[in-house]
Design a protein around this ligand. Structure first.
Ligand SMILES: NC(=O)C1=CN([C@@H]2O[C@H](COP(=O)(O)OP(=O)(O)OC[C@H]3O[C@@H](n4cnc5c(N)ncnc54)[C@H](OP(=O)(O)O)[C@@H]3O)[C@@H](O)[C@H]2O)C=CC1
Ligand SMILES: Nc1nc(=O)c2c([nH]1)NC[C@@H]1CN(c3ccc(C(=O)N[C@@H](CCC(=O)O)C(=O)O)cc3)C=[N+]21
Length: 285
């Protein structure tokens, strides 16, 4: 059987047509949706992301404020900047690109962003809302994955979902999203024993480990749905996922490519959440 590729680029394009209209209607009301992005240092994966974000925001009419800091910046300086953006009424969403250098406590930074400007949905208040199935800003990558599954009419209720990776930005919130849709969820990580035995039972596997082409066909059952979140450079400098796409293509039913799968959806959800936060200004005024 041939694999069906889940086209994140196409789905993104379609969603962005609707988002553009929402931005114009905001702008007509005098509201200019604005996203502030803080980048510390020079992480490679982060830079791809920053570039794609800027291009998309511009296309949709979302204002961006880009702040770059040297990798040696102190935690206090970064916190000061966040406070300034928290108090700036023209800024709807604040995103601090992760990972941060060692001298900075990521959780302290995440918690400093006001929950109602937390466009990444990483603040414990918003994470808590996601885990209790309440409405709030949500992490963009797992939200984008849910949108992809919905677009392709792939059923989640009652399915065995195995997530590989337990980061705050992908694995953990992914588990909450899936649970909210009535999946039976297993979260695995580097200390998991017999990973293959677990993943082979999965109807849906979500891979977010950060190791180039780590997962091959032997990890999967026939007809599985495989979501590849990974963004890695291989030895030749090419962008590859955490899944060996050639190997699994012969076996599975659905697969997200890299590039063109989850990545574009993360960006689209980030734009959508910036717009959602900006739309809140209407009711608050
Ligand atoms: N496409 C997109 O939109 C996005 C892509 N990414 C990409 O996704 C990947 C993962 O990112 P992120 O979640 O931030 O990564 P982290 O490094 O924060 O987390 C990696 C997770 O994978 C687990 N892990 C590592 N090795 C193994 C292994 N051999 N077997 C099982 N589990 C393992 C780790 O376990 P432990 O906790 O025990 O250490 C950890 O939980 C990266 O390539 C990143 O660039 C990230 C965000 C968005
Ligand atoms: N606070 C924070 N939030 C994040 O969501 C976050 C982060 N920090 N740090 C880094 C990771 C990584 N990440 C990516 C998202 C999209 C692409 C993306 O657009 N990928 C294209 C790449 C295309 C290309 O340029 O080659 C694709 O997959 O098609 C890449 C990487 C978000 N992250």
């Amino acid at each position: 059987m041939n694999v069906n590729l889940i086209d994140g680029k196409k789905v993104s394009k379609e969603l962005q047509i609707k988002l553009k209209k929402r931005v114009s209607s905001l702008r007509q009301k005098g509201i200019l949706p604005k996203l502030a992005v803080i980048l510390v240092g020079n992480n490679a994966a982060s830079k791809v992301y920053v570039r794609n974000k800027q291009i998309t925001a511009e296309k949709l009419g979302i204002e961006t404020l880009n702040i770059n800091f040297d990798k040696n910046i102190s935690e206090n300086e970064l916190i000061k900047k966040i406070d300034e953006l928290n108090n700036d009424a023209t800024v709807d969403g604040i995103l601090v690109q992760l990972p941060l250098p060692k001298q900075i406590d990521e959780s302290k930074v995440t918690q400093r962003i006001l929950p109602n400007k937390d466009v990444d949905g990483f603040h414990p208040v918003n994470m808590g809302k996601l885990f209790t199935n309440e409405i709030g800003p949500q992490p963009c990558t797992p939200r984008g994955i849910m949108e992809l599954l919905k677009y392709y009419n792939l059923e989640i209720s009652g399915k065995n979902v195995v997530i590989i990776g337990r980061s705050n930005i992908v694995g953990r919130p992914m588990a909450a999203f899936m649970l909210n849709e009535d999946a039976t969820v297993t979260i695995t990580h580097s200390k998991t024993k017999n990973l293959k035995k677990i993943t082979r039972q999965a109807d849906i596997v979500i891979v977010a480990i950060g190791k180039a082409e780590f997962i091959d066909a032997t990890y999967l059952k026939d007809d599985a749905i495989v979501i590849d979140v990974g963004m890695n450079r291989n030895k030749a400098g090419k962008l590859v996922g955490d899944v060996n796409q050639t190997s699994v293509s012969k076996k599975v039913k659905y697969l997200t490519p890299v590039p063109g799968g989850v990545g574009p959806m993360t960006i689209t959800m980030l734009m959508q959440q910036t717009i959602e936060l900006a739309e809140k200004r209407i009711n608050n005024e």
